[in-house]
Each structure stands twice: as structure tokens, then as C-alpha cells.
Design a protein. Structure first.
Length: 85
């Protein structure tokens, strides 16, 4: 089982998209990341394994400890989403 690092080295704002993965801060292929949610709501994502899921009622100031490649517009009402690597 792989364990997530507890501290991030890089961070970037996320713009949800139904077609575009979260851009890599390293300039290379998309790296999967974990998320911070500034303002709560629903969060629709595609996981590193390709699963499409919606986290419902995510609270403001929450960290989502799941590796994701994309945050979807459809199904996402949370805002202030930050990708952490």
C-alpha cells in the first residue's frame, strides 16, 4: 500500500474541467495530486486509478487524501480548490 506524504512541496489553484487533467507544476505529464477545498460543497473527481466519484458535503478547509488527476465541473460545487504535490 502506498502512503501519501504528509507535507506538500508544490501547490496550485485548480480550475475544474470535464476534459482537461490538472496541469503539472513540473512542466511534464500530469502528476496526480491530493486536494485542499477552501469553500465546501460537492467535489467530483477522477482518481489516479480512473474512477469517477463525487465526494458529497465536503467541509470548508478540508483535505482530500485521494490521488486525483482531474476535478470535474459537472458535480462540483466546492470552490477554492488547491492541488498539492
Amino acid at each position: 500500500m502506498a502512503y501519501q506524504k504528509l507535507q506538500a512541496q508544490r501547490a496550485a489553484s485548480v480550475t475544474p474541467s470535464n476534459t482537461v487533467d490538472i496541469a503539472s507544476v513540473n512542466g511534464g505529464p500530469t502528476d496526480v495530486c491530493v486536494l485542499y477545498v477552501g469553500t465546501g460543497g460537492n467535489l467530483a473527481v477522477i482518481t489516479a486509478g480512473g474512477d469517477s466519484v463525487i465526494f458529497t458535503n465536503v467541509q470548508s478547509g478540508s483535505f482530500i487524501p485521494v490521488q486525483v488527476s482531474r476535478v470535474l465541473v459537472t458535480g462540483t460545487s466546492a470552490t477554492g480548490i488547491i492541488a498539492l504535490w
